[in-house]
Design a protein around this ligand. Sequence first.
Ligand SMILES: Cc1cc2nc3c(=O)[nH]c(=O)nc-3n(C[C@H](O)[C@H](O)[C@H](O)COP(=O)(O)O)c2cc1C
Length: 174
Amino acid sequence: MNEVEKCIRERRSTPRFKSDPVDRELIERVIEAGLWAPSGMGRQSPIIVAVTNRALRDELAEENRRIMGAPQGTDPFYGAPVVLVVLAGASVPTRVYDGSATIENMLLAAQSLGLGGHWIHRAKEEFEEPRFRGLLARLDVEGDFEGIGHVVVGYPDAEKPQPARKGGRVFWAE
Ligand SMILES: Cc1cc2nc3c(=O)[nH]c(=O)nc-3n(C[C@H](O)[C@H](O)[C@H](O)COP(=O)(O)O)c2cc1C
């Protein structure tokens, strides 16, 4: 098994993170991997909003919790200090696939750098909220974007067991 295959095999969603901050250089490397993801017709419409500000991170988490309908006090980001929100061009037909490829690249990069990661849903609903649309405007994001998902990143405080792969999912047509 080469290093990439090993990284793919060993990546797991981190069920709990330490609150320790992550060096900006590492975050930048994770983001860079996302930027290299494939996209339909090479449009490269996905953008990444890197949230490291604690108050904003908590605000996003609270909104995500509310959308999910989870009990108050639940942290849908599992304590991760960094939230990388992936959004993609709202009118791009492949936006969900493009954004998903971006997310998976970042999850694998996080794993390769000794960080934990977790894919978190509900970015679409979050970024339909005027308050988070306003955030995009404040960050000088131009154009209409749809939330695709989040990669939450940090140092793992717990490991997730390796689930067996379900069988019967490969069909060879030789
Ligand atoms: C599209 C998508 C959305 C997900 N959304 C969430 C989520 O909102 N919350 C969560 O805890 N995990 C979420 N996950 C993570 C999955 O639960 C996780 O990948 C799955 O349990 C398999 O575990 P593994 O990543 O360790 O292989 C999501 C994964 C995908 C692909």
